[in-house]
Design a protein around this ligand. Structure first.
Ligand code: FMN
Length: 226
């Protein structure tokens, strides 16, 4: 079993959202190492609100089938809202820029709706990943604090994958099918689906494998007071 991990610097800089995976599965031990890392995430008052379900194999295939069916019928059941129309100003521009980079890398024209839709649907095929983790949470108050704890967990999970030579992608879009996912996985109604993380080994031959989304400078995000 490979237990070697990258340095922190290498880990943070090598992590990226992979949108193409090899079918090769991770072993149960490899997955457990990642889960054990993620379990060390901080949370408000150490509430540890993450309820995580991992799906692989036939369960994952059943999820894909129902998500594609529901999408084709225009049926979505998100627990939390998500609308590109909510972005504005710089936030909107950045979202457009990342979409532009992605579609350009794949050689897809903006007006090619059929191809763009096919690429959108890859979300529900987990981008070919052999595993997916669904991050469910209980509901407290306005849910903002719980969601921030879940984000902490998600990032530790993603960095653990990167440190160990695997790859992942967080996916809000999986949360669009919360009811169907709860039903297939037997998850109680009391848990809400914030997002999923598809994971496995990145496919190095994918067109998008070496694409990295840029970041604004530290000085644009941070104000230092002294
Ligand atoms: C909470 C969260 C949800 C996301 N949801 C999706 C998604 O549904 N589908 C997708 O293709 N990418 C999704 N992404 C990936 C972002 O597009 C990606 O993180 C961003 O463009 C920066 O690129 P990088 O992760 O490669 O650095 C999500 C990222 C986060 C943090």
């Amino acid at each position: 079993m490979n237990t070697t991990t990258l340095t922190f610097d290498e880990t943070v800089r090598s992590r990226f959202s992979s949108r193409a995976f090899l079918p090769t599965p991770l072993t149960d031990d490899q997955i457990r190492q990642v889960l054990t890392d993620a379990q060390n995430s901080p949370s408000n008052c150490n509430t540890q609100p993450w309820h995580v379900h991992i799906a692989s194999g036939k369960t994952k295939e059943a999820l894909t089938e129902v998500m594609l069916q529901n999408t084709s019928k225009g049926l979505i059941t998100p627990d939390f809202s998500f609308d590109y129309a909510d972005f504005y100003g710089d936030y909107f521009d950045r979202s457009q820029e990342q979409a532009r980079i992605y579609y350009e890398t794949l050689g897809v024209a903006r007006e090619d709706k059929a191809k763009r839709n096919e690429i959108y649907l890859r979300n529900f095929k987990f981008y070919g990943a052999p595993h997916v983790a669904f991050l469910f949470m209980p509901s407290f108050g306005d849910n903002i604090r719980v969601a921030s704890d879940m984000g902490m967990y998600g990032q530790t999970f993603l960095l653990s994958l990167a440190a160990r030579g695997y790859a992942g992608i967080p996916q809000t879009l999986l949360g669009f099918h919360a009811d169907a996912i709860r039903e297939i996985l037997g998850v109680s109604e009391q848990y809400r689906l914030l997002f999923g993380i598809s994971f496995g080994y990145a496919d190095p031959s994918a067109l998008t494998h070496n694409v990295r989304m840029g970041r604004i400078s530290v000085d644009e995000s941070v104000t230092i007071h002294s």
